[in-house]
Each structure stands twice: as C-alpha cells, then as structure tokens.
Ligand binder design. Sequence first.
Ligand code: MN
Ligand code: MG
Length: 651
Amino acid sequence: MPFALDRRSFLSGTAGFIALHPFSARAAANQAHLRIMETTDLHVHVFPYDYYADKPRDTVGLARTAALIQAVRDEAANALLIDNGDFLQGNPMGDYIAYERGMKDGDTHPVIQAMNTLGFDASTLGNHEFNYGLDFLMKSLAGADFPVVNANVALELGSDPTRDKTLVPPYVILEHKVTDGAGTEHPIKVGLIGFAPPQVMTWDRRHLEGKVQARDILETAKAYIPQMKERGADIIVVLSHSGIGAADASDGMENAAIPLAGLDGVDAILTGHSHLVFPSPDYAGFAGADVTAGTLMGTPATMGGFWGSHMGLIDLLVEKDGAEWRVVSAMSEARPISQRNDDRSITPLVESDAEVLASVGVEHEETLTYVRRAVGKTDAPLHSYFALVADDPSVQIVSIAQLWYIAQMLKGTDHEGLPILSAAAPFKAGGRGGPEYFTDVPAGDVAIKNVSDLYLYPNTARAVRVTGQQVKDWLERSAGIFNQVTPGAQDVVLLNPEFPSYNFDVIDGVTYQIDLSQPSKYDPKGVLVEAGANRIVNLMYDGAPLDMAAEFIIATNNYRAGGGGDFPGASGETTVFEGPDTNRDVIVRYIVEKGTISPRADGNWSFAPLPGTTVLFDTGPAATAYLDQVDLTIEEAGDGPDGFARFRIRL
Ligand code: MN
Ligand code: MG
C-alpha cells in the first residue's frame, strides 16, 4: 500500500481519532516520512510507581510512554526509537540494583530489559549513567540490544576528538528503511551521535578521575559530524544529553543544545538533561528557540520531559535528491502520558504496556521490598515537632548529608579549603499542612521510603560562596518566622503564620542565638524592613565571633541558591556548585554509606534567654511523647486551633 494512503499513519492524541499525518499525505514518489521518537531522563522509571511514597503515580513510567510509542509504530514502520540518557539512576529501583542486588556478568539491568522489550534503536549516555561507577555502567550496557553512543567521554584523548579512544562508540550509522510516497522502499542511513555534559568529571569525580576524560560538546561535534557525512550518513540526529540553554557557545558549556543544533550537518536534535519539555512554553523567550515551530536554530528539536512523562517526537519529511537525502519539512512535539486538571488532579492519558511491566515485574517486587526494609539505622528519632523552636535531628540529618556531599564536590576546586556550612529547613512542620503534617521516623531502622519524609522536595544540591555578613543576614531572614516578643510578656504567640517553614533555614557549622526581643530585619517575603535590627546574636564560627568579611561555603538546594525565599547571599550569583544529584539521593547515599546514622541535634542554635517571658507554640499532638527530649523549658498548654496541640515555652 502506498505510504500516503496508509490511513493508520497518524493516531492523533489518545482519543483514538485516526487522521493522516500531513507528511504521509504529502509524500511524493521521492519523499518519505521519517519519525524519530525520544524518551529521555527515564531515571529507571519503568512502572508508574513512586517508590519513595510507596504508591502508584500516573505521571511517570516507561510502561506508559510505551503506549505512545506503540501508537506511533502502529501508524507507520518508518519510526526510530531513541533514548537520550539518564536511564540507569534516579529512583529506588536503580539504587536497589546498584547497592543491593549488584550487576554480575550476564545480568540484565531492569531498565535495559524494559528498553530491550520496547526495541529501542539506540541510546546515549546521560551524566547519571556515571553515578555508580564505570564497572557498573559497562556491565549494564552489555545487556543492551541496541547501540549506546557518546562522543565526548574518552578513555584516552587523541590529538583531536576523532582520535580519542571513547568509552563507548562515539556514533552509529543505522541502516534504516523508509517507504516513499509511491510505496517504494529505500535504504536511508541515519547517523546518531551522543553527548553528555563534560561536568561529569566534577559530579562523578570519585568514579571517573584518572579513568576517563570529557571534552567540550561543541568541539567534539564539529570534529565528528564531517566524518559521519563522509562515512555515508544521510541524516544526522544529535542525541544531546545536554539541555537547552544559552545560544552563544562557551567553553565546556553544560547546556549546549542550541549551539549544537546550529552546527552544519545537524538535521534533528534530541535534548534532555533539564527535565523540561520542548516544544513548550518552558522555553518561550530563549534566544534561538522557536517553541511554535519546535526548532532550535531552525533545526527540529524535542525534549520529552523526564521519568517517562512524555514521548518526544520529531517528524521529518525527507526527499531523495540524486544519491542524497535531505530534510524538506519537519515538525516536532512532546506527547504527555498524563494531564493535570484544573483542580490539580492527574488523569492518565494512556494505559501501561503489559509486556513492559512484565519485563521488570520481578525487580519491581524486589524494589518494593527494598524500600520497605531497613537500609540503615538511626539511633535518634527523626521528627520535626519542635524543628521551629529548637535544633532538630530531622533537619540535622539533611545538613550533615549535604555537608558530606558538598565537601566531596568541592575537592580540587578553587573553593576547596573554605569552611563549609550547611543550610536546611523543616519542610513538614505543621502550618497549613495540618496537625499531622510532620516528619516522624522512630529511632531504629530507617527504610528508603522514610527518606522522602526527611526530604520532601525533588530539589538538587547546590553550594553558594558567601561572606560572614551574608551568613548572618541569611539567619536574620530565617528568624523572621518569629513574632517579636517584649521581655517579660506572657503567652505571646511565637510563630508568624505568614511565614512558611521551608524558609526557616537552620545553618549548621556556626552557633548562634535568636533574640526574640528584637524586631525582624526582614519581612516574611524577604524584604529588608529594619536595616539595623539584630535578632541573630552570639554568632560564632570555630569558637570565635564570626568574621563578617570571611568567606564561607553554604551547602543548600537549587531553590534557595537560585533566589527562592529571597535570602541574602542566595540570588543565583553566588552559586559555585550546581549538583546534578537530588538532596534526597544525597541523603540515601549518606545513609547507605554510613550504615548507622547519628543525627543527634548538636544544639548549635537556641533562643537567647528572656527571663520571665513565655511564648505559645502550636505543633502536632504527637509531640507530647517527645517533650522530655527537647532542649527547652516547655509544658503543655491545652489545645491549639484545628487539631494542633499548644505548648508554652519559658524563654
Ligand atoms: Mn536527568
Ligand atoms: Mg544543628
């Protein structure tokens, strides 16, 4: 049947409405419709399941994306399926395989198994492929029934990129077949080349130093693309595990997709790494990006979200001109697996593919056991009932793990040797979340699923470089959560309800007291309102008053470092390290490595004494059980509003 008459060639959306894709309808005798499907940043999400929360989740899972893939394949044979990297790490299934089950020779990694089941044509390496080391990576790749390409990570560098001894093949030229508008089948050679951010050398230094080296993405691409052309590639598709960032190239840039798309010879570009969607308003206003046309520098491009949330799709209308194929028209889109409704509920748009689910069914069950079972021990209860009024172990464990991680990441950089402090806030601390909304992990075993309770948000780790003055002002900003208290006053309501607990950063590595008799320097939004105010007193570092001119590193998260909460010293400008790892992963790694953790609060902050003064503090009723463990003069004071329990603190 002539391709142009194939009425199954386009399944519109998911409603089952079948229409002809315009490229299929239009393809002439010397033209063909070539489709390229992308998954990216799967991070081991095969089942639509959140292993941290231990419940199903409709926004994730390759088993769901598989339904979109199958729909496209049902329409036409001219489709390639490509993964854009970050498949091996990023959820508890990945950790289970890496930390528990291991990869013996001959084992197949579950995400590779699922990809094999779907018949992927190729993949590239993302930065997270390196998280468990090269041996684990190579054993995992050995099970892939498809080529995995990357051109800019090399075991040995040569005199130019094409002479490097790369870790995996730099590119592959697939001998694909397309059917033209007259129904004639033609061979077409599709060249696929892959790139990862060269920052892997920092992010995974402990695994990579002395073993591989990474090159600049653009330098490498410019060297290889002419060679791919010489070797017969008709069409070149770039697998950019590098996000959409600046239009201007800079040396070693992490998010190089726009200048990469602009290189001669690039016919289409698959992007990822940023966990966003292209084309979509995510990238409106980016120089070089056209979110309406779906192009970067005029080249068709896609980014399929993350964790299987979307399938990226590029449709090319290719034309044979003598011996050469060229792209005459292109379209791109990103198809979602679910939709968010106005009331914030989620409706799945597709059902899971049973074969893909079955391919990792055993590992799914094993992962459930893994997240529910102890991976470490805590010798102190981890609860947040008093996290806003006293130094607290649930915040302390986050601080400790961040500090441990950032110290590793800054090794060998210009920032090594600076004192490292760590900032963390209680995320679950009642407030609008209600009287049950607290972290509460008893002493004893810690399971992986508890970690989501310790770190609620999927933030990524950051380090900022600040002055002593900025450290103090950061704490002044935090201290705005408290109402001002007149010395000698009785039963003053302590907390300002307008101030969310996630902006109450405690900084570990310094010691300080908060003088509630002083006005707050900042309002709840972070606006400077009392320039001369000093709530933070007795601020000490290493046993001496903090030097306001000295420099410090603060370990934190991307929200804070990027200006979230408008903290002094955290405007984005002061960021010196942007980690690819989530704070949650950092905590899991820390617990796995340490075995038993001792997140005892070190009492590095407290209220300055105000003799004869009392304040009222509302928290969860379950706090009563821990009253004797908190370092405060505190007593029960009846019921608070809305199911909260009220306590009286003697300052
Ligand atoms: Mn990723
Ligand atoms: Mg502390």
